[in-house]
Design a protein around this ligand. Structure first.
Ligand SMILES: NC(=O)c1ccc[n+]([C@@H]2O[C@H](COP(=O)([O-])OP(=O)(O)OC[C@H]3O[C@@H](n4cnc5c(N)ncnc54)[C@H](OP(=O)(O)O)[C@@H]3O)[C@@H](O)[C@H]2O)c1
Length: 252
């Protein structure tokens, strides 16, 4: 495969684990300089070490995506240290499950602050930079639990992710004329800690996926990352405001 992202600076929130780390490794393997962001400095450092061990280029910046100040600093630091910001993968997210009537308001506020406000703040600061610097590409992580399907006990999460999908598509229409191409991904269950129910073993999850998904298995990190890289690549140049479902047929 050719190195599609040579010379590109890619910013990834939630880059210290799961889909974000897999995306970071995949972008770096294709020539990008990757800046990973999140709250946990140790997990970010681990992603940087993994990339550097393969001969790639990476950097870590701790930031909470629900803080406008942090997100502004993240964009400024990325540009100052690496000379630009060409691609952003806004992927940080949290999941809360349980009956709506029992959900406390602080948990709701936190979920919305990270999953929705975090994407808004990220795009706000990224678009301002990209608009003034020749454009860019943004991919946001929504979920198939949102605009595409809903499940009981996951209403708050689904509401936040449906909003990410809508925000991404509206922003795409707004920004494409300024050279900023925006899309979203909507994964179904992917092989990360987030797709495990509380106390569930990986074997039990494997059994659950056989029943739950038409494909009969969980999605891999590589399958999620490759969709992100395609959306971010010039091959997807005419793809604008798309919300790419990657869910093994769950919403087909
Ligand atoms: N795995 C799935 O089945 C699945 C399916 C559909 C959608 N998704 C979405 O995919 C994205 C990645 O999830 P994952 O599965 O890879 O799970 P994960 O490993 O738990 O990743 C979530 C990431 O978000 C970061 N994060 C959480 N709150 C943050 C905050 N306030 N500021 C900055 N970073 C924050 C976490 O890092 P820190 O803790 O260091 O901050 C972590 O790296 C999420 O948006 C999730 O909703 C996942």
């Amino acid at each position: 495969m050719t190195a599609r992202f040579t010379g590109k600076v890619v910013l990834i929130s939630g880059g210290g684990s799961g889909i974000g780390r897999a995306g970071a490794l995949a972008f770096a393997r294709e020539g990008a300089t990757v800046v990973v962001a999140g709250r946990n400095a140790d997990s970010l450092r681990k992603t940087v070490e993994l990339i550097e061990a393969e001969g790639g280029r990476a950097d870590a910046v701790t930031a909470d995506v629900s803080s406008s100040q942090d997100v502004a600093r993240l964009v400024t630091t990325t540009v100052e240290r690496h000379g630009g910001l060409h691609i952003a993968f806004n992927n940080a997210g949290v999941l809360e499950a349980g009956p709506l009537a029992d959900m406390d308001e602080a948990a709701w506020d936190h979920l919305i602050a990270v999953n929705l406000t975090g994407v808004f703040l990220s795009m706000k600061h990224q678009i301002a930079h990209m608009r003034a610097n020749g454009g860019g590409v943004i991919v946001n992580t929504a979920s198939n639990l949102g605009a595409h399907m809903r499940l009981p006990f996951l209403g708050a999460y689904a509401a936040s992710k449906a909003a990410v999908s809508a925000l991404s598509r509206a922003a795409a229409r707004e920004c494409i004329g300024q050279g900023i191409r925006i899309n979203a991904i909507s994964p179904g269950p992917i092989d990360t800690a987030m797709s495990l129910r509380p106390g569930e073993s990986e074997d039990a999850r494997t059994e659950r996926m056989k029943e739950a998904l038409p494909i009969g298995r969980i999605g891999t990190l590589a399958e999620a990352a490759s969709a992100v890289l395609w959306l971010a690549s010039p091959e997807a140049g005419f793809t604008v405001g798309h919300d790419l479902v990657i869910d093994g047929g769950a919403t087909a």
